[in-house]
Design a protein. Sequence first.
Length: 88
Amino acid sequence: MRYATIITSKGTITIAAPLRKALGFKTGQKVHLTLDKNRQVVIDGGTDVHEFEALRDSITKKIPSHKKGLTGQALKEAAAKAWVADYL
């Protein structure tokens, strides 16, 4: 697939709907852009909290849950509280 897009004056671009669908991108999702050695932009959708926890649980299934540390949701909430505290 190849689609053309325009960079706005604010530096934003639109990813065509067929590409977003093929990549599984959702509205509001953050993506990571990387410039490779050939000066091509690589787009990575990253991992959301639920995917991370599922992967972590599959890797650490023999470890008791009380030894695994915070859940992804607890980490997200702690980060949000820290950002609010820094802002205030």
